[in-house]
Each structure stands twice: as C-alpha cells, then as structure tokens.
Design a protein around this ligand. Structure first.
Ligand code: PGA
Length: 242
C-alpha cells in the first residue's frame, strides 16, 4: 500500500510570503520525482492557490490546514470545504491539537468538518490528540467514535495520531511506542469496521522517519517543522527507499 507523507506548514515564519511557496516547489518537485507514495503539502489558506499552481504538473497534492464546520454563509473569516475543493485543494487537516487547544475544537466539531470535507471530495487528515499514554488509552475509543460518527467505513480518510508533548519539541515517540499506538488504533478501527491508513506525527525528522514507517508500521507521517525545509521533507518522503 502507498504511504502518506503530509507536510503541515502551520503559520510558520518561513512561509510568510507567497514567494516562499514558489521557491519551495522549485526545490522540492525534482527531489521527489521518483517517489511513488502520496505526498500532500498543507499550507496556510492564503498560499493555497499559489501552491495548487506550483504543484499542478507534479504528483504532489495540496492540502489545507483547516476548514469551516459550516457549509456556507455569514461566517466572517472562515473558509468552507467547498471553497477548498473549488480552489483545487485535495485534502484538509482536521482536529489538529493546536486547533483543539487554541480554538476550542472538539470531536463533535471535527466530525462536522470531516463530513463536509468528504462531501466536497477532500481527503480529511483527522488528527487524534492526547497528552500522555494514559490519556491515549482512555480516550482512543471515544475520539474515534466521535470523529467518525455517521461516516461510512468505505470513505477515504487518514487518521493521524500526535502526542502533544512530541509536537515541535524534538521529543518524538520511540519506534516501539509508535508501533504499539499504531496497532491499537488499527485494532479499534477494525472493531468499528474501518480500515484506514494510520499516520504518526510529532517531531518527525529524516533520521527517525524510516523507523516509524518500516519498523513501527505507520502508514505515513504528518510532519510540521521538518517539512519547512524541502530537502528534509523530501528525505522523509523517501525514507523507505534507502
Ligand atoms: P512537528 O509538528 O513535526 O513540528 O512536531 C507536527 C504537527 O504538529 O503536525
């Protein structure tokens, strides 16, 4: 099965100007020409159109970092899943722990967004968030039940698990832990009748990526900081080729 490598640029200084997307694409595209796995670059809303143009002739897909929980209407400052689809966007990160912690998103809201993303043909990258192993064990079933409420098991959805203590800290989970958590998520999904790719995120770097995919069995990686450097992200996308 093809792996999934997803860049999450967030609101980083490195991507403040549109030109940064142009030069990123120029460097990144030739580096991943021979990669057969799926690559998605998720940018801030303001750069999506430029990113779609830059990656148009490549296999690289463009994703958003969020979308509205409503279909359309008077929601100042929001961007709908339909707008993303019409802009040529293929995927959207939903329920990232930063959205949950700073913007009060909960599983119910994430579920609404997942449904709208699917309705508009976008691939939802649904993030599961937890602060400790104990919280992971205690909340996993509820998180999955809630974000996947009334969603058909045949839908094209990616599940990404990201311990908050590993995000942006350089303290990635160990490969044994990633293996254990990936297996537990897959088991719970199976109990619900779902067979979805499970991705790991949290301080992924070129030197630990291979362990998470090859050894731990993750179906892909969600990458923040290291994805801002096209060479590093390309190395991560090629981690299983070495
Ligand atoms: P990080 O971020 O790779 O910088 O830890 C991952 C994420 O938040 O998606």
């Amino acid at each position: 099965m093809k792996k999934w490598y997803i860049a999450n640029f967030k609101m980083s200084k490195e991507v403040e100007g549109e030109q940064s997307i142009v030069s990123y694409a120029e460097k990144f595209i030739p580096l991943v020409e021979d990669v057969e796995d799926n690559i998605i670059i998720c940018t801030p809303f303001i750069h999506l159109s430029e990113a779609v143009c830059q990656f148009l002739d490549s296999e690289v897909m463009v994703g958003a970092e969020n979308c509205a929980q409503w279909e359309a209407g008077a929601y100042t400052g929001e961007v709908s899943a339909t707008m993303l689809d019409k802009a040529g966007v293929k995927a959207v990160i939903l329920g990232h722990s930063e959205r949950r912690n700073y913007f009060g998103e909960n599983n119910e809201i994430v579920n609404k967004k997942v449904k709208l993303a699917l309705k508009n043909g976008l691939i939802p990258v649904v993030c599961l968030s937890f602060e400790s192993e104990e919280e992971f064990t205690n909340t996993l079933k509820d998180q999955l039940d809630e974000v996947l409420t009334d969603i058909d098991s045949g839908e094209n959805i990616l599940i990404a698990f990201e311990p908050t203590f590993a995000i942006g800290t350089g303290k990635a989970l160990g490969k044994e832990e990633v293996k254990e958590f990936t297996a537990k998520i897959k088991e719970k999904l199976k109990e619900k009748g779902f067979d979805l790719p499970v991705l790991y995120g949290g301080s992924v770097k070129p030197d630990n990526a291979k362990d998470f995919v090859d050894f731990a069995g993750a179906d892909g990686l969600l990458v923040g900081g290291a994805s801002l450097d096209p060479e590093k992200f390309a190395a991560i996308c090629k981690c299983t080729q070495a």
